[in-house]
Design a protein around this ligand. Structure first.
Ligand SMILES: O=C(O)CCC(=O)C(=O)O
Length: 372
């Protein structure tokens, strides 16, 4: 059940914690599927397929089209007409001037020089590298993960740790493997205006072509992301128009259109955080048991075809590789999972989204049709 009215755009915060996440009336303790509810889900499958078919041409690009980077940035009018108004993702080559301006952010060495010994906040997870992800409550075996009973799973955020950029860089594993903890600079709280403000001299305040097309004010948040191939951002959606620039390495976005939320087994989960000090990795549940977050209950890549998630077969995720020197427009409310190949450095701009557009209204309607 999503909140009846959309919330006003919130202040920058951890990804997506507010979407549908009404902390008061979250149906955390609802029973697991009864046979009649399962049957209803089977019927939903064909409706979801029709929905996918109906909107495919207008809204969701084909896999091939989504991966073609347009050679130059469109004018704001063209960007609005071809992408924003259709809520359609697109990939563009960064203009040379912008790429040059952002040059100092494109290597670990120059970032280290710019940031010196200032303390920065880094997210740390165990070796699986899953930040903001669902895990069984302490005491439950890991194979119980397949059980999609939200009451038995927790939404676990990374441990936040303060260190210098040099210390952080020493934890990165360019080869993308390692049994150690995974460190990801992913604070996404407008970090370029926070602990990374020393970088502001080289980052533009806004992207005028995008800001104009969104009809928004200056960006709500500008974030730097630095990590290696082990860090994974699990699937979620954000109430922001997102322009995501990759400066080093490759980021892979696995996308699902906003209107397919009904196939993603979303649930409400209580919050928790990794505690990684001392010998043992622990999950510590949030003391406030009334706070919960709505989160996608499946991995669209790994859980597809599994008997327990029949609706997931209706989803055709679009995978977009964004290479260094490219920019992705990720429209608001698209579900996304994000991975990195090797060490990657990116900057993204979140702009306020409009809640009164046909795209938003229709996708919320579509999701409500499948909500239980
Ligand atoms: O780069 C990432 O790991 C996640 C990016 C993301 O979720 C976002 O920009 O909204």
């Amino acid at each position: 059940m999503e909140a009846a009215a959309p919330p006003p755009p919130p202040a920058p915060r951890l990804i997506d914690s507010s979407i549908g996440g009404s902390p008061i009336d979250s149906p955390i303790d609802s029973p697991v599927d009864s046979p009649s509810r399962s049957l209803a889900k089977e019927h939903s499958y064909s409706k979801l397929l029709s929905l996918r078919q109906l909107s495919a041409d207008h809204h969701a690009p084909s896999q091939a089209a989504a991966n073609r980077a347009l050679p130059e940035l469109p004018s704001s009018l063209d960007f609005y007409r071809r992408f924003v108004s259709k809520s359609r993702p697109g990939k563009f080559k960064l203009p040379r001037e912008l790429q040059e301006a952002l040059g100092p952010l494109s290597s670990l060495e120059s970032l280290q020089e710019l940031l010196g010994d200032r303390p920065i906040k880094v997210n740390v997870t165990p070796e699986h590298g899953l930040g903001d992800a669902l895990f069984p409550k302490p005491g439950r075996a890991n194979d119980d993960r397949a059980n999609d009973d939200p009451a038995e799973l927790l939404f676990v955020e990374p441990q936040e740790q303060e260190m210098t950029f040099k210390e952080f860089a020493e934890h990165l594993r360019p080869g993308g493997t390692g049994p150690e903890r995974v460190y990801y600079l992913s604070s996404q709280n407008d970090n370029l205006h926070g602990d990374l403000s020393a970088l502001l001299d080289v980052v533009p305040r806004t992207l005028p072509f995008a800001q104009e097309a969104f009809g928004a004010g200056p960006p709500e948040a500008v974030n730097l992301w630095v990590g290696d191939g082990r860090a994974v951002t699990t699937m979620h959606r954000d109430p922001f128009e997102n322009v995501y620039l990759v400066l080093e390495g490759t980021k892979t976005f696995v996308l699902v259109p906003p209107y397919m939320g009904g196939a993603l087994y979303q649930g409400f989960y209580r919050r928790a955080r990794w505690r990684l000090d001392g010998g043992e990795d622990r999950i510590e549940e949030d003391e406030d048991r009334t706070r919960s977050v709505r989160w996608v209950g499946v991995d669209v890549e790994e859980d597809r075809g599994k008997e327990e998630y029949p609706l997931l077969d209706a989803v055709e995720p679009i995978t977009i590789d964004v290479h260094a020197g490219e920019m992705l427009y990720l429209p608001s409310m698209w579900f996304h999972k994000v991975k990195s190949s090797g060490v990657s450095i990116s900057v993204n701009f979140w702009f306020d989204m409009a809640f009164d557009t046909p795209n938003y209204v229709l996708s919320e309607w579509a999701n409500a049709v499948f909500d239980e």
